[in-house]
Design a protein around this ligand. Structure first.
Ligand SMILES: [Zn+2]
Ligand SMILES: [Zn+2]
Ligand SMILES: [Zn+2]
Length: 470
């Protein structure tokens, strides 16, 4: 850890700064979880050691709760699972993820103490818990968690006071990071990473946090510069971002983008020129968009995708004469409708919407934003399916360049993109040499293989870094 240093940042308290220069895409540091658990809903689908999603998992013969890829993962888990295993057996069933994570932290403290451990810049004891900021509802939940914990915690283990147990739950509540599966597409668990807790928020950060444990530079970082990540998605106006940060993380964002309201005008853009809409009209369309988004989320979570498409088309009709191309309410609808239409194999219409979505995103997001990269990839694949090879290839190249920085060259998604880049480049060359032959070949290829199905649209669009109630 000679490349970063803890310091006090004005108005923000403890922070981390660079000691050396970092280049775009460089890994600042990688940190294994201090403790981590699989989400309750996925305990039988995800390996409890490596957090990979596997077809067949082996069950722990003792507690019948823990699941592993194989013997290696099971052996690797034993130090952390041993106490948990016998406690679950005694208790009769496994408690919820919060209790399990707290217990894993406490057993590690029992083994090593709560002070600084090797490679860490801050100890568990020293992490912030924000318990004093909790509202009534949160306090109630905290009390319930502490009670369930005490019921679960075995009498032969080291005993901790109520206050210390509350501290641990407070730490989990404000510092629980999301762990994703091997492809980084689904949140599968929660873990505590003490060093990461030192990295403060900025709506326009210089780092991104991916692959559960790596912090990567989004551009050149000079020695002495404070290191920041974004705790939330940037695609909200500053006022809404600040509200969300205050509610979930208990601080007022004073970053430059919030103070100067940078990009708010783009996010709320309206049509210009002789058909410039009235303020009332804009208000009405935004309200209509908000209401429609609620209906869409409901239909989407129920898997009624044709209804989603219908709602989106109606909304776009209302938005188009009024909202500007970078307006976030328009972009949200474009994102949903392009994803769902791709899933329904209506690639041409999907491609058109996807193109407008990424064109808008490019004005708003940081050029190396991971969400932008993922959206670009989705748009590229959609164009490819629609037979729009030129645009599709261009998008896949752009997505690849972004993911090289945000995810790194060895991430499975980056590797997939590289394969797609080579494939589309070959198809593009064929297209340029002989368009007729290209379409013939494509037709033949498509009729020979079962049509590739796009992944089902995810119901939760959570891009957040932390596991947090909304
Ligand atoms: Zn495993
Ligand atoms: Zn077990
Ligand atoms: Zn901000």
């Amino acid at each position: 850890m000679e490349t970063v240093e803890v310091f006090t940042s004005e108005g923000k308290g403890r922070a981390l700064k660079a000691v050396k220069e970092f280049l775009s895409g460089e890994v600042i540091f990688a940190e294994p979880a201090y403790a981590a658990v699989v989400f309750d809903s996925l305990t039988h689908l995800i390996c409890h050691t490596c957090f990979k999603r596997q077809e067949k998992l082996h069950r722990c013969g003792q507690c019948k709760f823990a699941h592993y890829c194989d013997r290696t993962c099971q052996r690797g888990a034993w130090l952390n699972h041993k106490n948990e295993c016998s406690a679950i057996k005694k208790h009769g069933k496994a408690p919820n993820e919060n209790i399990r994570l707290a217990a894993r932290i406490m057993w590690r403290i029992e083994r090593e103490g709560g002070g600084l451990t090797e490679g860490s810049l801050v100890s568990i004891d020293d992490l912030q818990n924000h318990v004093e900021n909790f509202g009534e509802e949160e306090k109630k939940e905290l009390r319930a968690d502490v009670e369930s914990f005490i019921e679960f915690w075995p009498p032969q283990s080291q005993q901790f006071g109520m206050q210390y147990i509350s501290h641990i739950f407070g730490v989990i509540n404000c510092n629980g990071f999301t762990l994703s599966d091997q492809r980084g597409l689904q949140a599968v668990g929660v873990g505590v990473f003490p060093n990461l807790c030192l990295v403060n928020h900025d709506c326009w950060p210089n780092l991104c946090f991916r692959s559960t444990i790596e912090l990567r530079a989004l551009g050149k970082i000079s020695p002495g510069e404070e290191l920041t990540v974004s705790y939330i998605d940037f695609l909200n106006v500053s006022e809404d971002r600040r509200k969300q940060l205050k509610k979930q993380y208990y601080f007022d964002c004073t970053c430059e983008h919030c103070q100067k309201k940078i990009k708010d005008d783009l996010m709320l853009a309206v049509k210009e020129g002789e058909h410039k809409p009235s303020q009332d009209m804009v208000k009405e369309v935004i309200q209509f968009s908000k209401d429609t988004l609620e209906k869409i989320n409901k239909a989407r979570s129920e898997g009624v995708y044709h209804e989603v498409v219908k709602l989106c088309r109606e909304c776009l009709k209302k938005q188009e004469p009024v909202l500007g191309d970078t307006n976030i309410y328009l972009l949200r609808i474009l994102s949903i409708v392009s994803e769902v239409l791709s899933y329904l194999q209506m690639f041409e219409e999907a491609a058109d919407h996807a193109k407008r979505m990424v064109d808008g995103y490019m004005y708003i997001y940081h050029p190396n934003n991971a969400q932008l990269g993922m959206a670009m990839m989705r748009a590229g694949v959609t164009h490819w399916h629609a037979g729009l090879i030129e645009i599709g290839h261009g998008m896949i190249c752009k997505a690849y360049a972004i993911l090289l920085v945000t995810h790194g060259p060895t991430h499975p998604i980056t590797k997939d993109l590289e394969v797609m880049r080579v494939q589309t480049e070959m198809e593009l060359r064929m297209f340029q040499q002989n368009e007729f032959m290209y379409y013939k070949m494509r037709e033949a290829a498509l009729s020979n293989q079962k049509v590739q199905v796009m992944p089902e649209p995810s119901t939760e669009a959570s891009q957040d870094l932390f596991v947090k109630k909304q």
